[in-house]
Structure formats: C-alpha cells, structure tokens
Write a protein that binds this ligand. Sequence first.
Ligand code: PAF
Length: 284
Amino acid sequence: MEVVTRIPELKARLAKARQAERRIGFVPTMGYLHEGHLSLMRRAKAENDLVVASIFVNPIQFGPQEDFASYPRDLARDSRMAEQAGVDILFVPAVEEMYSRGHENLLTSVEVSRVSQGLCGASRPGHFRGVATVVTKFFHIVQPDTAYFGQKDAQQVVVIRRMVEDLNLDVRVIAAPIVREADGLAMSSRNVYLNPAERQAALVLSRSLAQAESLLRGGERNGAAIARAVRGIILQEPLASIDYIAVVNPDDLAELQTIETSVLVALAVRIGKTRLIDNLLWEE
Ligand code: PAF
C-alpha cells in the first residue's frame, strides 16, 4: 500500500491508473478505522481494480463546540488495517493540503439544501456543507468510478447522492449496511469516548430500533406510533438524552405520517457527553 500526502502526487498516480483503464473505488474516512470502514474497503477491493481510501479529519464539518481537536487519530494502526483490507493507496492529506489558504478562508462551498437541514443538520449547523464540500473536493482529486459510504450516516448518504445527482458528478455512490458489535451497538469511531456504564447504556439505540423493526414487521404503518415506541424505550435509559427521532422517507428525508413501502427510522442520542447516531432502513 502506498501512502500519499500530496494532491499532485495522488493525481499523477491515478492518471496512470485511469489510462490503464483501471476501475477506481474510493472510501473516504476520518480514520480511527473500525470494522464498518473495513467492510467498505473490502467491498471496494472486490468491485474495483484499484482502491483509494482517505483519512482526513475535516475541520469544516465540525462545529466550534464539537470534537475536532479530540477526534481520535491513530495513523499507524489505520495504515495497517487499511492495507490488510486491500487498500492500494492511502491518501492522508494535511489540513493545509486540502485547504491551501486555510480552512477559515474557504470562499467556495457546496450546500445541499433541504436534505441537509433537519435531523443531524438541525443540531449541527453547517455540518453537511462541510461534508459536501470536502467530498466534492475528494471526488475531483480522486475521480473515482465508485465511492463507498456507510449507511450508519444515513443523512450523509442522502446528501451525497443528491449532490451527485444535482451536480452531474460522474461517480456511483454505494451505501453499505451498518456494521454492529456483537451486542448490537453500531460501530463508530466515537464509541471510544464511552466509559463502561455509557457503553452499556448506548445499547438503547439499537434496542429501540429493534422495537421499531418489530412493529413494522407486525404491520404498524403510523409514523408517529413508531416514533413514540422508540422514544419510550430511550426514555427508560437514565444516561440517554434524545437529540432527535425521525421517521422519514429514505430518499428525501421528508417526515412520514403513513409508511408505505419504505422508511428510515433515524436517531441521534447523547449518552453522557457522546452524541451517537443509528438508524433502521426498512423496506417492505
Ligand atoms: O463519514 C465520514 O467519515 C466523513 O463525513 C467523510 C465522508 C469522510 C467526509 O469527511
């Protein structure tokens, strides 16, 4: 595996690959890799001739009170894991490489309106602008045939799909299923923040979604009833405080009163100081 830190070097390397008609798969990450990321990398390997992954903790998608500085980082460990998962080129740019005039001086950004506004966008203003902007930059630098994202960040997937469609970007977007710990907790780099009591309490997210799934299987089609059931379970956990519970259309994130063929039940819950997200994508 090659580790590349400079944009011109990566572009030159990938131009050769494209000339040789090699299909390029791309997995953007913020590092501190876990099985969720590795599943994307393995899939990219199976479906492409060359896999590029990036590790970049993107400052412009963090709010001023958020964890940009403390976000977990371990490049040595990540490099080993990425290599084992089949990554050919690991792109690890410095902040100055991605934002040559400083990220505070960026004058151009990509705003995907409406689908960026509710759910996580409501409590993280500007977050999806930061995501859409950096992903657009990566897509221009890497020019992948296919890019892989985790379904755990369901709203991010909707934002990126919409951006790709609206801007005619020439990349296929794949959303791969959520990878969970054996006890159901969705894998996340931020799980490392949880102390043992919080780690236990965090199971309330997947438990509440399991209840939503069982209601849907049993024929419940009322969005508010699903949301009520999920809320009832989370409220039983003293360490949990709810940011949002959304029962929405998986394509445009519009709230659903009545569920027809598919639904996204998405939640963000604080466990102690750690904000966790999880979701259920249900299709009849
Ligand atoms: O999902 C993430 O890790 C990030 O939002 C992404 C897509 C790498 C952009 O910084």
